[in-house]
Design a protein around this ligand. Sequence first.
Ligand code: PHE
Length: 342
Amino acid sequence: MDSFEELAVVRAEALAALEETENIAALRDWEKAYLGRKGKVTLQIRAIGKLPPAQRPAFGKEVNQVKQELAVLYAEAEKSLKRAEIARRLAASAVDVTLPGRPAISGHLHLTTQTLRQIYAIFAQLGFEVYESPDVELESYNFDLLNIPAYHPARDMWDTFWVDDKRLLRTHTSPGQIRVMRERTPEPIRVILPGKCYRYEQITARSEHQFYQVEGLAVGRQVSMTDLIGTMHQFAELFYGEGRQIRVRSSYFPFTEPSIEVDTDCILCGGEGCPICKYTGWLEIAGAGMVHPVVLENGGYNPDEWSGFAFGMGVERPSMMKYGVEDIRLFYGNDLRFLRQF
Ligand code: PHE
């Protein structure tokens, strides 16, 4: 084989081997094998010196052409392998823009908020405005000014979370009565006072240590027990449904005189007796009464000229009855399976 034939064999071998390179690493090996310092083509160039002088120019030209050709092919192969690599990576991380989107989950109002708003709407219809008073209350507003002095046994009705020796978390919304009266110069009042209340109590399926109340207060020149009962009846019908009956039982609160407890006929059994009403036929909806003269006076209203009624109702309990919720702890449990149902 003369040197030209040898070169042709090396070239053919190089071209065939190039076809086989499937990745950059293999391509680099190929380059080393043919064009590197000890590569087969490089060795051919080095061998020029050993040829008879007459053959050197022609062979030199030929071997340089082969080297050029392979160098160009190498550059092209490198480019296309890199491009293929990028395409592969893009494909692996591709976003299919034709796929349908994932629906965004939208929230909604908590059951308690929904119930509160229903209550606001009902009392707005009856001419009551919403007034808010603080959660952290003075002992005097929560108790003393409501005719519950420190020695009064009725304080036991409201187990208390104390903040310091004068301040506490309100145990009921009634302190708001004093705040509203003190804020107004004597003039008729018709407000509801919604808010969270706190009691230092065991948590069970029936009672939480935090819960909402809506207080009502109406003060005027001739407000009577009849107005209170009428208002409670209206509320029962608007909240629980037309045709609801109410019943009034005598009760005791230090800040109302007389005091009553207001019940509505059971929304489930209509009075026949069932587990919801504990077979009494009635559901408790509010504690209420005529504002005690001492409380009117503490609010800056002369009890000889003014009279008023007040009531306090729960919010979670009525929601429970309306929707058949059996455990009050669900209201603060943040379990979405429960919350999503409303
Ligand atoms: N504050 C009383 C309670 O928490 C309810 C109530 C309010 C009773 C207003 C009478 C008048 O139990």
